[in-house]
Design a protein around this ligand. Sequence first.
Ligand code: GRF
Length: 207
Amino acid sequence: MNLMTARTDIRKRHIAVFASGNGSNAENIIRYFRANSSEAEVALIVCNKKDAGVVERARRLGVTSVVLGRDRINDPEVILPILRAFEIDAIVLAGFLLMVPPFMVECYDGRILNIHPSLLPKFGGKGMYGSKVHEAVVAAGEAKTGITIHLVNNHCDGGEIIFQKSVPVDSADTPADVERKIHALEREFFPDTILRWMSTLSARSGC
Ligand code: GRF
C-alpha cells in the first residue's frame, strides 16, 4: 500500500450521542470536538423524543439526528443498520433516559459511555435521573455530590467508572442550585473525558 492509498483510509472516529431531553451536553460535546479534535467528531444524534431540545440543537449545529421511539431503538434491525451507515465507533449517552438494549451493549462492548449526575453508587439506579437525583441529594443532607462517567453494561448505572468529580453541597442549596453546579462540572469535564477515553479504543472491529 503506498502512502496515497493509506491516507484515503484515514477518517475521524465517529461518535453517536444518544439523548432524550434538552441536550446541553450533546451541544457541548459537538462544539468541543469541532474545536479540539482532529481525531473524532459527533456524526449522529439519536433521540427518543421528537420534541426534545437536543433535536433542534443538532439541526442548528448541522449534525444529523434521528428520532426513534423505544421500540425502534430496541429493534436490532432498525438501530444497528443506522449505526453502521454512520460508521459509529463509540456511543455517548448524555441525558438518555432509556436502557441500552443488551444486543447494543454486546455489539459496542466497552464503547458506550454514560454520564450520571451523582457520585455513583450513591443516588443511582432505576428512577434516579435528572432533577430527581438532585432532590434526593438535598433531602439526604449530603455535604457533596458530583458527576460520574462510566462504561455502560446491562445494569442501570452499573458499568466501570472511568471518571468522577465532586462539588460541595451547601446547607442552603436547593435542588436547582445543585443542578447548576452539576451542569458546570459536566460542561468542564465530560467532553475532555470522552476525548481521552476514545484515544484508548482500538480500531472498531464491527458487529
Ligand atoms: C445531565 O445532568 C446528565 O448528567 C443527566 O441528564 C442531564 C441531561 O442534561 N444524565 P442535558 O439534556 O444534556 O441538558
